[in-house]
Write a protein that binds this ligand. Structure first.
Ligand code: PLP
Length: 371
């Protein structure tokens, strides 16, 4: 049995650089990876410095109370430490949350991060899939959600949305939260890409945690602080549920280096600001290049990646293949139903890399490169 093949059929994810390298018989360092949405400015230098000074920590078990990082997060978010659950990435936190809440059904808005479906399957929770794409247009299915959701259900919404790129303001989500709460429907907002937005009070639901006990908000450090290989994520919500999860979880899943790195990253305001300034400039450049080409449609985007649509599947597929042969990787939409192969997702990287990619794409679209 090909165990590797089975695993990869079940999970499709960007950033599979070791597999790309193996496929093309190159070293992973030669890969230009636009397929995972990781901040190119990171990890922050302060994080790298503290990690190299902290290597001796690996000879001890991690602090299973996550004291240091919870203290930092509690100050950053103005929430009590007992409302915070730390995890080995947002993935573990979502898993623990769904396992413990055990909603009768889990509603997901498609296209959706594949991890949601996986978690629901793992815990035997029926999925309710509601599409946000109708005839190539993006529609937020407010009425359908209100018609379909029943007491005991859970709803997970990703904001800013991966892979579509849009973000909803907190004031747009609040009425839905309030209506669902009267029906005792759990609402989980996955804000894994929220740290890329400068004006978070406008967009984040974390300030609403205080008054809404059916609301849970998940965040990830792996994208903003570029530590997907080290891993850290957290959730905020009802302190009783956090306490319950802590009693039964694997207490050592968040290793001490990850806790140390996250504590430093979440205090590095200068890094956040540098990232926001950088993204602002790159987003403008993307709108002037990709956004102006007649053969590409760029969907509105708020975080550190964007989704593009070509007029035909053949164009996007050939482009992906041409780029792959040059060791440049974008994310095709395999696993993101109902999106089809006309769509590709592109991470924003350093300016020189963004220019290099655009030059390849533009030349391909002009037909000057044969594939
Ligand atoms: C929307 C969304 N949520 C959660 C995750 C998982 O993030 P982490 O690396 O923190 O487990 C991802 C990873 O790509 C994601 O796209």
């Amino acid at each position: 049995m090909d165990a590797g093949g089975d695993i990869m059929n079940a999970i499709d994810h960007g950033g599979r650089i070791y597999e790309y390298a193996e496929k093309h018989l190159v070293d992973w360092t030669e890969i230009e990876d636009f397929s995972a949405n990781i901040n190119p400015l990171g990890p922050p230098q302060k994080v790298l410095d503290v990690l190299s000074e902290s290597l001796q920590q690996i000879q001890h078990y991690p602090d299973r109370r996550h004291v240091m990082v919870k203290r930092v997060l509690s100050m950053r978010l103005s929430l009590a430490e007992d409302q915070i659950l730390c995890g080995n990435g947002a993935t573990e936190v979502i898993d623990l949350l769904i396992e413990t809440l055990r909603p009768s059904r889990l509603a997901i808005l498609t296209p959706a991060f594949q991890g949601y479906e996986q978690v629901a399957r793992r815990w035997g929770i029926p999925l309710l899939k509601i599409s946000m794409i109708i005839e190539d247009s993006l529609v937020f299915p407010m009425e359908k959600l209100l018609a379909d959701l029943r007491p005991g259900d859970g709803l997970i919404i990703n904001n800013p949305h991966n892979p579509l790129g849009f973000a909803l303001k907190a004031e747009e989500l609040l009425p839905l939260l309030e209506l669902l709460e009267t029906r005792e429907v759990y609402m989980i907002i996955d804000e894994s890409f929220m740290d890329f937005l400068p004006d978070q009070t406008l967009w984040s639901m974390i300030p609403s945690i205080k008054n809404h006990r059916f609301l849970y908000v998940v965040r990830s450090a792996t994208k903003m602080y570029a530590i997907p290989g080290l891993r850290f994520g957290y959730m905020v919500g009802d302190a009783n549920l956090v306490a319950l999860i802590e009693t039964k979880r694997d207490g050592w899943s968040v290793n001490q280096l990850a806790q140390t790195a996250a504590s430093i990253a979440y205090q590095d305001k200068a890094f956040d600001e540098r990232t926001w300034r950088f993204l602002d400039i790159e987003k403008h450049w993307i709108s002037q290049t990709w956004g102006k080409h007649p053969s590409v449609e760029v969907l509105p985007f708020h975080a550190n990646f964007f989704l593009v649509r070509f007029s035909k599947e053949r164009i996007a597929t050939q482009l992906l293949e041409m780029l792959g042969n040059k060791r440049v990787y974008l994310r095709g939409m395999n696993g993101f139903e109902p999106l089809d192969n006309r769509y590709l997702r592109v991470a924003i990287k350093h300016h020189e890399q963004n220019v290099k990619l655009w030059n390849l794409v533009e030349a391909f679209l002009c037909g000057s490169l044969s594939t």
